[in-house]
Design a protein around this ligand. Structure first.
Ligand SMILES: [Zn+2]
Length: 125
């Protein structure tokens, strides 16, 4: 079945909006939070862990946003759905689950191994 480009574009644009909102919210939160003058070291640890956690979430959102935008670009250029690493078509089920993925499953696994962390892509499938 051929890819419905309009549908893909709609989903990508929607995801782009969601991610932009998420990042904007995080940035506002970061601006609002001031260094606390709590003396309790345990409180400090907990609060810095919470900050690191939301920072990771924001990093992931930024990374996904870049991929969403790149996918929109590929859609315009007409090479959407082609793995940017090996040039083979990306599995249709993969594109349905993660429309902004730039890699086929094999290459995604390769990249995940390089990063030594579970990929956001695989958990979405
Ligand atoms: Zn590939």
């Amino acid at each position: 079945m051929p890819i419905d480009k309009e549908e893909v574009k709609r989903r990508l644009l929607q995801r782009e909006r969601e991610l932009s909102d998420e990042i904007a919210t995080f940035n506002e939160d970061a601006r609002d939070s001031r260094p606390s003058d709590v003396e309790d070291p345990i409180d400090e640890v907990i609060s810095s862990q919470a900050k690191a956690g939301s920072f990771a979430v924001s990093n992931m959102a930024s990374e996904t946003l870049l991929q969403v935008r790149a996918a929109l670009q590929r859609l315009e250029q007409g090479d959407y759905g082609i793995c940017v690493d090996c040039g083979r078509p990306i599995e249709e089920a993969r594109l349905n689950a993660v429309p902004w993925t730039p890699y086929c499953r094999d290459d995604q696994e390769k990249h995940d191994r390089e990063r030594e962390q579970p990929g956001a892509f695989e958990s979405a499938l």
